[in-house]
Design a protein around this ligand. Structure first.
Ligand code: KG4
Ligand code: ZN
Length: 330
């Protein structure tokens, strides 16, 4: 029987709601980005994030109801972690209230599993597969044996890829959030002009490190010629190339080490065009099938939480009172 799942996302600075039909797919979604609220501070202010989720969630639910004509769902899936504790609590209590009122199951969703399953919104996602998860908080290579069965193969020992993008952008004086702005600037640059390190490529293994690259980038940025605007774009391009080359090489190693024939790319940095192109080339060379989330579902959204919840619904239901937030959740 088809079931309608309401997805709720509020783990950071995006407030999202989505209705997902277990047979027909995504019905509709609404998303509010708090970027303007945090931009003046140059980063997410947790308390402001939580307060705005409180204001926004009822308004978004009214909007989604109006657009879909749906007044209830058969289950509510909510991000319970990892994320900002105050922000998570708002979404979880909102979801809990609806689930209680409707007397339907409440499904806790791990935010990263949401990212990982986001490509399901665009089509089928077969397992086993290798997954590259690149977001603002995480950079991980994961072996996905089947739904819910994951082995962490490698991860960043310091900054996440998205965080590195954001910090590099800040060094160049680009507006928050920096990742997309830096990518835009890089598009008009020539990365060959500057030499930046390719982190961790000289070492075996599948872990990542981006803090050394950030330091090298900062040093180059401080010496940028004032009268040469092209230099900024070239440096941005060199930075992007270094990150992309590192991510691709680690994926190549993981493909060779595991023999897996599928690669899933998920998380905010998965929206980066240079990365998508480079991974497409890698996939062709290594003869693996590549699965991306569509651009809108790479960054935080509730549709990915709803689709992950739909997958979990069959697997078991948690009683309302056992659903708790987990700001840190390995
Ligand atoms: O997955 P996400 O929306 O949030 C987390 O769960 O962290 O990822 C956000 C991160 C930010 O660091 C943002 O700068 C980065 O993804 N990002 C990008 C691009 N779009 C988003 N980084 C590089 N190029 C992009 N096009
Ligand atoms: Zn995320």
């Amino acid at each position: 029987m088809p079931e309608l799942i309401l997805g709720v996302e509020s783990s950071c600075d995006e407030t999202g709601l989505a209705l997902y039909d277990s047979e027909r797919g995504l019905v509709d979604e609404v998303l509010f980005s708090q970027v303007d609220i945090h931009a003046v501070y140059g980063g997410v202010v947790p308390e402001l994030a939580a307060r705005d989720h409180v204001r926004r969630l009822p308004l978004l639910w009214r909007e989604l109801r109006r657009r879909t004509g749906q007044r209830r769902a058969d289950a509510v899936a909510v991000t319970t972690g990892p994320g900002l504790i105050g922000a998570l609590l708002v979404g979880v209590n909102f979801a809990r209230a609806l689930a209680y009122a409707w007397q339907v199951p409440l499904i806790p969703v791990h935010h990263l599993e949401g990212h990982l399953l986001a490509p399901m919104l665009a089509g089928i996602l077969p397992f086993p597969a290798l997954a590259l998860l690149v977001s603002g908080g995480h950079t991980q290579l994961i072996a996905v044996h089947e739904l819910g069965s994951y082995t962490l193969l490698g991860e960043s020992v310091d900054d996440a890829a998205g965080e590195a993008f954001d910090k590099a952008a800040k060094i160049l004086g680009l507006p928050y959030p920096g990742g997309p702005a830096l990518a835009d600037l890089a598009a008009s640059g020539d990365g060959r002009r500057y030499r930046l390190p390719r982190p961790m490529l000289d070492r075996p293994g599948l872990d990542f490190s981006f803090s050394g690259l950030k330091t090298a980038f900062r040093l180059q940025a401080e010496g940028l010629p004032q009268r040469d605007p092209q230099a900024r774009a070239d440096l941005a391009a060199a930075f992007q190339e270094a990150v992309v080359a590192t991510l691709c090489e680690k994926c190549r190693r993981a493909i060779e080490a595991t023999g897996m024939k599928r690669l899933i790319v998920a998380g905010g940095v998965g929206a980066n065009r240079a990365l998508r192109q480079a991974l497409a080339q890698l996939a062709e060379a290594e003869q693996v099938d590549l699965y991306f989330a569509d651009l809108a579902h790479c960054t935080d959204n509730a549709a990915m939480i709803a689709v992950a919840g739909a997958q979990r619904l069959g697997a078991g239901r948690s009683p309302l009172e056992t659903v708790a937030v987990r700001p840190r959740w390995p």
